[in-house]
Design a protein around this ligand. Structure first.
Ligand code: HEM
Length: 321
């Protein structure tokens, strides 16, 4: 089974589209998803080497209408997590399109083509055009992505295996859009910022455990299973911003073979480990969205299973309104 391009080469530009499917839209959306690899090829081929890829994710609300049985074992709506000070909110979203390339124009052209096909079928409820700062840094000024697994470790982290045989080769993805209080962040000394993240800013070296604060981003996001094995996800965070309205943010995207791992990280960040010991990065960040999607294999999307939807193409879940 060919997976989608979850493990893409590092990109410098990305567009994130989150859409809700309109009543009556499922059949057309299923067709679009089946054509997505072809649409991507049509745009990517004109600029070989710029590595345009698109990953599509499907949310829990729309799965039954689109594909019916069987259901991916781990697919469920994003669960809101309310901590003592910060809450990871859940927001609407049935479809994710994660477009990456070395050039924004390629992402934009593919997003435009997807938008044409979604017209009348689905509504884009969140759209972010994002980029990676030089040095692979995020907008807080720290190198972001260093501890991502690579090669076979990355495959082991993100690809569903025999634990859910109907969906071997698939993945799960969680996205969250954060905006940062840059004035508050920049009011900290570099040393204080390093204690928030848990790594040095210029050199990107992890702090020794002896001095790394327990509420640093790194301390709360290194998690292990009961046998002491580290549990990995693959992230591809991107920067976005707007000079006119002064908003600067990080679009978090994390892929894994089970949503449990990312959800555990989010519990540590928002509720805290132990509860109350939440991630200090949140004192400088406000989360605006939260979605969980299943990422079927490319083969699955192209195979267009028979439509389980009602003859009128409705979602069988009632209206969103
Ligand atoms: C590591 C930034 C949100 C999971 C890092 C690092 C930075 C960073 C700078 C250190 C370098 C690296 O290894 O990549 C941010 C920013 C976020 C954000 C600016 C948005 C406010 C999240 C979220 C999760 C997460 C929501 C998980 C749900 C991780 C993990 C690591 C990491 C697993 C690697 C830990 C390790 O193995 O050392 N992040 N992150 N991050 N982050 Fe985040």
């Amino acid at each position: 089974m060919a997976s989608q391009h979850v493990l893409a080469e590092p990109a410098t530009a990305a567009i994130f589209l989150v859409a809700t499917v309109d009543d009556g839209g499922v059949d057309g959306v299923r067709d679009l998803l089946a054509d997505l690899a072809g649409l991507t090829r049509a745009v990517a081929f004109r600029s070989p080497g710029d590595r345009l890829t698109c990953v599509a994710g499907v949310g829990a609300r729309i799965w039954d209408g689109l594909y019916g049985e069987p259901r991916p074992a781990g697919l469920h709506p994003f669960q809101e997590l309310a901590g003592s000070k910060h809450t990871a909110i859940a927001t609407p979203g049935d479809l994710l399109f994660h477009l990456r390339a070395r050039r924004m124009d390629l992402c934009f052209e593919l997003a435009r083509q997807i938008g044409l096909r979604l017209s009348g079928l689905a509504t884009v409820v969140d759209e972010v055009h994002a980029f990676k700062y030089f040095d692979q840094r995020d907008v807080l000024g720290f190198v972001d992505g260093t501890e991502n697994p690579d090669d076979e470790d990355a495959v082991a982290a993100v690809v569903v295996g025999e634990e859910d045989p109907s969906f071997a080769g698939s993945s799960y993805v969680i996205v969250q859009k954060y905006v940062h209080d840059m004035a508050a962040w920049q009011a900290n000394s570099v040393e204080e910022q390093e204690r928030v993240i848990g790594r040095s800013k210029v050199d990107d070296i992890e702090m020794p455990d002896s001095i790394k604060p327990k509420n640093s981003h790194i301390a709360l996001n290194v998690i292990e299973d009961e046998d002491g094995n580290e549990l990995d996800i693959v992230r591809d965070n991107m920067v976005f911003g707007n000079i006119a309205d002064g908003s600067f943010g990080t679009y978090f995207i994390g892929y894994a073979k089970t949503p449990d791992v990312i959800e555990q990280m989010l519990r540590n960040m928002f509720i805290g480990d132990p509860p109350g010991n939440y991630d200090r990065i949140l004192d400088f960040s406000t989360v605006l969205t939260g979605n969980l999607f299943f990422v079927p294999t490319a083969d699955f999307l192209e195979a267009q299973p028979d439509s389980p939807s009602t003859p009128d193409g409705s979602l069988r879940i009632g209206s969103l309104k």
